[in-house]
Design a protein around this ligand. Sequence first.
Ligand SMILES: *C/C=C(C)/C=C/C=C(C)/C=C/C1=C(C)CCCC1(C)C
Length: 252
Amino acid sequence: MNTVLTAEMVGLDRIINTDPIAITFFIGYMAMFASAVFFFVERSSVEGKWKMSLLVSGLITGIAAVHYYYMRDFYLQTGESPTAFRYVDWTLTVPLMCVEFYLLTKPFGAKGGTLFKLIIASLVMLVTGYIGETSGIDNNVMWGIFSTIGYLYIVYEVFAGDVAKLAKQSDSPALGRAMFLLKIFITLGWSIYPIGYMVLPGNLLSGAFEVSSIDLFYNLADAINKIGFGLVIYYVAVTETARAKKNVAATV
Ligand SMILES: *C/C=C(C)/C=C/C=C(C)/C=C/C1=C(C)CCCC1(C)C
């Protein structure tokens, strides 16, 4: 006899039966996928050096789309938070966001060393965060603090370190505006993640929210940060492409 799987058996009914977390996994998947297609296709409309930046934006949202596909499934079938998938996703996409900063400031002399420092800081942030999420009630505050040190180092680099100094040398108003927006993403957008983390049992916000709401925080933050970040890069790429064309026209 054939066993027919029902929507209920695989948990799919929860998407339409208003499980808010299931819905955000579903929407997150579609939004990441659509963004990846958009950034890949738009590569053809920007000038040479910006193609790489849009490729990276497409990879960030594309890698996230694949992980959301699996995270959604995992959540629907187990009702649990897909922590491991989540951290694999971040471990790939956060360093790629560091690459975006590097590419933006490369024309003004960014060195591989700056990129290396940013990537090491993000790995410290994520590895300690993962240990914290899986270490249980007694230890997650301590690991959260270690993770926050990595995070604050990235904030420092972007506000006052190499990235900030190099970006200041640019005469492009578009790059100036983009750096301003990216700073907002790094400080406000990224701070949603540690707030989500604090709903873990034994942490500062446990009791104020249900533990399961951690995925609501993370899914919201991912949508804002991955797609928004990509759109800011897209904005600079398009504006700078138009400016370069105008300059060429002026010299002919
Ligand atoms: C696309 C994914 C992004 C931009 C993920 C960013 C993640 C963070 C900024 C996570 C930060 C954390 C802390 C600062 C402390 C608690 C543990 C983390 C890993 C949630």
